[in-house]
Design a protein. Structure first.
Length: 274
C-alpha cells in the first residue's frame, strides 16, 4: 500500500546522475515512480540486446509476444521472488532523513526463459513504490496485449485507475474574427471542408446545425458566438496587426495543432481551446 494523493513520476531511457538521486529521494518521500527501459542502476542495467518474448505476470497471466529489453536482472522460478541480480532492499531516506527502505520483488518474467523483466520496489505504508519495467511500451502502438499489461501495472501497483475511463465528449468550434469581412474573406478562399492530416475541419454556415463532432471530424460554426468565450474582451485586449485577428475557438479538443497543421491557412490564424 502506498500513501494516497502522493505524486507520480516517470523515467525513460538513461537518467542523469542527479535525476537518479532525485528519483530515489522522491521514493523516500512516498512518491510513486514508473521507469521503463532505463540503462543505469538502480532503475535498470546496461542492455545486452532487445528481444521478443511473452511476459508472465500477476497471477500467472501471460501476455503474448512483445518487445523487451534484456537487462540482466536474472532468472527466477516464481513471481514475487527476489531478483538475483538486484539488491533485495534499496536504501533511501525521506526529506527528514528517516530511512524508508524499498523491498524489491519480481512482478513479471519472460515465459520462455523466466528472466526478470518487471520489478516492484515497495516502501510499505509510509514509503514510496516504483515499477521498473523492461517492456518497450513505446513500440507497442495499439497492441492490445501490451496495453493490458500497462493498465495492470498502473492500476494495481501505482494506484492509477485506468479501467473506468470516460470517453471524450467532442465539442464544436467557432470561427471568430475582429470583423465579418475578415471571416467572409477567409471562407471564400478556403473549401468548406479542410482535410488536415489528423482531422477534417468542416465550416458550418450561419443558421445550420451541422454534423456532430467526432474524433476525426471537427465542425466549426461561422458567425456564431460561443458561450464560454468573450469575443469582445478578447479583441479589446489584443494588440497585434495579424496574429489572432482570425481564430477558431473550442471548449475541448485534443490539440489545436490538429486544426492548424496541414493546409496553409491565413497568415496570423490562431486556434484557442478553453
Amino acid at each position: 500500500m502506498v500513501k494516497k494523493n502522493c505524486p507520480i513520476g516517470c523515467l525513460r531511457a538513461d537518467p542523469k546522475p542527479k535525476s537518479r538521486e532525485t528519483s530515489i529521494h522522491f521514493l523516500g518521500d512516498g512518491g510513486r515512480l514508473f521507469a521503463w527501459c532505463c540503462e543505469t542502476p538502480p532503475f535498470g542495467l546496461p542492455a545486452y540486446n532487445d528481444v521478443n518474448g511473452s511476459v508472465v505476470y500477476g497471477s500467472s497471466q501471460t501476455q503474448p509476444l512483445m518487445s523487451l529489453r534484456n537487462c540482466g536482472w536474472g532468472t527466477v522460478k516464481d513471481l514475487n521472488s527476489v531478483p538475483p541480480n538486484f539488491p533485495k532492499v534499496l536504501e533511501t531516506n525521506n526529506s527528514e532523513g528517516i530511512p524508508r527502505p524499498l523491498t524489491a520483488t519480481v512482478f513479471g518474467k519472460t515465459a520462455e526463459m523466466s528472466e526478470s523483466v518487471i520489478l516492484i520496489l515497495d516502501g510499505g505504508a509510509l514509503g514510496g513504490k516504483a515499477v521498473l519495467s523492461q517492456v518497450h511500451f513505446e513500440d507497442s502502438g495499439k497492441d492490445e496485449s501490451t496495453a493490458t499489461l500497462l493498465t495492470t501495472i498502473l492500476n494495481q501497483n501505482l494506484g492509477l485507475n485506468c479501467l473506468n475511463i470516460k470517453a471524450p465528449e467532442y465539442e464544436i468550434g467557432f470561427l471568430l474574427g475582429d470583423d465579418d469581412k475578415r471571416i467572409e474573406k477567409f471562407l471564400s478562399s478556403n473549401p468548406p471542408r479542410l482535410e488536415q492530416p489528423k482531422l477534417v475541419v468542416e465550416f458550418v454556415p450561419r443558421g445550420e446545425q451541422g454534423p456532430k463532432p467526432t474524433h476525426d471530424l471537427f465542425p466549426v460554426h461561422c458567425f456564431e458566438e460561443p458561450k464560454n468565450f468573450s469575443t469582445a474582451n478578447y479583441f479589446r485586449d489584443l494588440h497585434t496587426r495579424d496574429l489572432g485577428r482570425l481564430l477558431i475557438y473550442t471548449d475541448v479538443i485534443s490539440t489545436v495543432m490538429d486544426v492548424l497543421k496541414g493546409n496553409t491557412l491565413t497568415h496570423g490564424f490562431t486556434g484557442i481551446a478553453r
